[in-house]
Design a protein. Structure first.
Length: 325
């Protein structure tokens, strides 16, 4: 049986329902927050409201992409998940972000052996996440497990540290069967990421490349999809990068060219201004539900069928993020 590993336990992959394949509702600190306080998402009650908005709009599952060293807060995420037990599912990740979020000289990602770090990420999936997200020398393993692996790369570059994180991700995947979900800066380095992972023996069909809409080149997308990987289009409601219509047009093109089993969708709100509940009562913003209330109706305007939309939101996510029970 195929299962999805949520923070509250394993569920059959057939029960994931409509899934936001890439988002953030709790981020308690880290380098991104140090640079921009809008990235600070540290309020459990606001996170609960945001997850509730997703559920009320018809969503069921959310894959929260905050990795080790980037503000991941296990206890707060568990509080959110527990509040919606039986109504919604949260999947958390182990692994790492891109290079600039870690010291290349003193971080444990830089200084510890690859195999030793892989033991830590494997344990988060098979035994339980560290309560402190490996932020220090004390490890207190919970019974709540990560259900996916994250890695990240820089703009037009895979650094030495990022190559190491990719190696760790591949080792972890081979031991656990979990999907690897990649941060790509502006959608670059997709084929190069796949080259590294393939050399490491990773299953490319269990690899998701995120933020691809920032590199709106359908022929580039083909070079990734033809190797079996999945692409996540995860940034509607970010007009500063591109309008929603451009994302929709490229999705339509890919569907028309036979890639309907390799596309998933997410919001990647990531900042307070993209999460309505974090703006209350001082401002008005769209939240995670925008994916379903605004972007999905736009997809229909491009003659994307209900079956194709369901694949991107339900069955494709369930397939790529599932593991063998």
């Amino acid at each position: 049986m195929k299962i999805i590993r949520t923070v509250l336990g394993d569920i059959p992959s057939t029960e994931t329902g409509i899934t936001d394949a890439h988002d953030h509702i709790i981020r308690s600190g880290g380098p991104e927050v140090a640079k921009n306080q809008n990235f600070l998402l540290d309020n459990v009650e606001m996170a609960k409201k945001e997850f509730s908005r997703w559920i009320d709009a018809g969503g069921k599952t959310m894959i929260c992409m905050d990795p080790i060293g980037c503000g991941r807060n296990v206890s707060k995420m568990l509080e959110v998940a527990e509040s919606y037990r039986g109504k919604g599912n949260i999947v958390m990740v182990t692994g790492f972000h891109k290079d600039e979020n870690y010291c290349p000289n003193t971080s444990f990602l830089a200084t510890a052996p690859t195999e030793k770090i892989a033991e830590l990420t494997i344990s988060e999936i098979t035994e339980g996440m560290d309560l402190y997200s490996y932020n220090g020398p004390i490890v207190e393993r919970t019974q709540h497990k990560a259900g996916a692996i994250k890695a990240g790369t820089s703009y037009r570059l895979i650094t030495k540290l990022e190559k190491k994180a990719l190696d760790i991700a591949a080792i972890t995947q081979k031991e656990t069967g979990c999907a690897i979900s990649l941060h790509t800066d502006f959608g670059t380095m997709g084929p190069e990421i796949l080259d590294v992972l393939q050399t490491d023996g990773a299953d490319i069909e269990k690899v998701v490349l995120c933020h691809m809409q920032r590199n709106p080149d359908v022929y580039y997308y083909q070079s990734i999809l033809d190797r079996g990987a999945t692409i996540c289009f995860d940034e509607p409601n970010k007009a500063a990068y591109r309008p929603d219509t451009e994302i929709a047009k490229n999705i339509k093109w890919l569907l028309d060219h036979g890639y309907e089993n390799q596309l998933v969708l997410g919001m990647d709100g990531g900042q307070k201004a993209a999460l309505a509940s974090y703006m209350e009562p001082t401002g008005l913003a769209n939240g995670c539900e925008y994916l379903l209330t605004r972007f999905v109706p736009l997809l229909r305007c491009f003659d994307i069928t209900a079956k194709q939309i369901d694949k991107m939101l339900i069955s494709n996510v369930a397939n790529v993020f599932s593991i063998d029970a």
